[in-house]
Design a protein around this ligand. Structure first.
Ligand code: URP
Ligand code: ZN
Ligand code: ZN
Ligand code: ZN
Length: 456
């Protein structure tokens, strides 16, 4: 692999941006230099004139080949990372979620073993559903093996739901061993009551998704989990927060000194619940559901003011056939939306191109902070000397229309069909190699490495 020099672009780092050239060698960033600094002998040049040069995106919430409720999402590592890279994301964090009866360490080992099939590197969240007398030791060995973040759910009874007791015990062990709970918060008794009432009204089909999972359910669970974390002084990361009230609870806890973090996902920041009133409402069935426009706008305000820590995709690659198969009853439908390829373009277009956040804040939300909260910074999420040479040359003014046929995600639809966006990844470098350009994969060699996480 020859050395590569990225010349003439505007380097966007989480804390500053400006003209700078990059020298990449042996898969890492060798130097960040003033524009026009003489090239090392024999280096290849990548012309970045007129482009933003950003660290490749880090998607902290990406389900690869995920099984839930009897449905399995349709991608493996090759497909998911192909879509990720074409969308400017060069690191994903996947999940190893036990089915009833499976041990967290076994599921983690199996998921981790798939990482080399990918075009880019990946970390993996472990997960605990039930507590038994082996769980504490399993958690300690997971953290020692580089799985420092552990996903838990307060909902999905009979599948991945954990009790408050189990959440507390897991947090306690992770606090002592250098790990962190990452948690889906919706209070299950409230959700089940929301759903029971909706069914009684005859409104349990996909068109009524928004009425089956209330914002109150989300904030109630966030409050309880924060109280557990505060009791233990344990760190906690809330996935896919969709409502201002929930974000405010976490922000207030942080002001009290708790290590508490908010993730929001692209679809909650861009799309609203009016989509359930149109054709194919099942395409937008996800948990939490899309919220109303005022809520989406208010949530977006937290990107600018700093209270949202990370922006993820919550990528879940089901296709239309899977989504329609139980659209008459959302309790039996596959939840989740494909989005690993569109996360960066829709957030850039909605928030950077409109001036609501700066390019640096975009990099912080979509790359640096996801790397930090997952214990893989500064190897990922920035372009400092020694960081992995994963980057994207971004055309900030390209206008294009999102359509499923142009995407590589392993499904036949996109939640953003027909939406025109500004800004597009043009060239993608992974490990110092140009592997995508002009919307196509140029080098499909699987070279994915498992990224050991360290939060210590
Ligand atoms: O609807 C969603 N978000 N499905 C994926 C699983 C989860 O809860 O994150
Ligand atoms: Zn979730
Ligand atoms: Zn998820
Ligand atoms: Zn049915």
């Amino acid at each position: 692999m020859s050395d590569l020099v990225v010349r003439g672009g505007t380097l966007v780092q989480p804390d500053w941006s400006g003209p700078a050239d990059l020298h990449l060698a042996d898969g890492v960033v060798r130097a960040v230099v003033a524009p026009g600094t003489p090239l090392p002998a024999g280096a290849e040049v990548l012309d970045a004139t007129g482009r933003l040069v950003m660290p490749g995106g880090v998607d902290p919430h990406c389900h690869v080949g995920f099984t839930s409720g009897g449905y399995t999402s349709l991608d493996g590592y090759a497909e998911c990372t192909t879509a990720a890279v074409l969308g400017g994301t060069t690191t994903i964090v996947d999940f190893a979620i036990p089915q009833p009866g499976q041990r967290p360490v076994d599921v983690a080992a199996a998921q981790r073993a798939k990482v080399p099939q990918g075009l880019c590197d990946a970390a993996v969240h472990a997960s605990v559903v039930e507590w038994d007398d082996t769980t504490a030791d399993q958690l300690r060995s997971l953290v020692a093996d580089g799985l420092a973040t552990v996903k838990m759910f307060t909902t999905y009874r009979g599948e991945s739901m954990a009790s408050a007791d189990t959440i507390l015990k897991t947090m306690q062990v992770l606090k002592e061993s250098g790990g962190m709970v990452v948690i889906h918060c919706e209070a299950n008794p409230i959700i089940e009551e929301d759903q029971r009432r909706a069914a009684e009204r005859g409104e349990i089909d996909a068109a009524h998704m928004a009425g089956t999972r209330s914002e109150l359910a989300e904030t109630a669970a966030v409050a309880e989990v924060l109280a557990i974390a505060e009791t233990l002084d344990a760190p906690v990361y809330f996935v896919h927060q969709s409502t201002p009230a929930a974000v405010e609870l976490v922000a207030a806890a942080r002001r009290r000194g708790l290590r508490a973090y908010t993730e929001s996902v692209a679809h909650h920041l861009v799309l609203d619940d009016s989509l359930y009133d149109g054709p194919n409402p099942e395409r937008w069935v996800c948990c939490p559901p899309l919220r109303d426009r005022a809520t989406v706008e208010a949530l977006g305000g937290y990107l600018a003011n700093g209270e949202i820590t990370t922006v993820a995709s919550d990528h879940c690659c089901y296709d239309t056939a899977q989504k329609v198969s139980h659209r008459h009853d959302v309790r039996h439908m596959p939840n989740g939306l494909p989005g690993v390829q569109t996360r960066l373009p829709v957030i850039f277009s909605t928030y950077v191109a409109t001036g609501r956040i700066t390019p640096s804040r975009f990099v912080e939300l979509t790359a640096a902070n996801p790397a930090r909260t997952n214990g893989i910074y500064p190897r990922k999420g920035t372009l400092a000397p020694g960081s992995d040479a994963d980057l994207v040359l971004w055309d900030p003014s390209a206008r294009w229309t999102i359509t499923a046929g142009d995407l590589a995600q392993a499904t036949d639809y996109t939640p953003y069909e027909g939406i025109e966006v500004t800004g597009r990844p043009e060239t993608v470098v992974v490990g110092g190699r140009v592997i995508a350009g002009g919307g196509r994969i140029l080098d499909a060699t699987p070279r994915g490495r498992f990224l050991p996480a360290s939060l210590a």
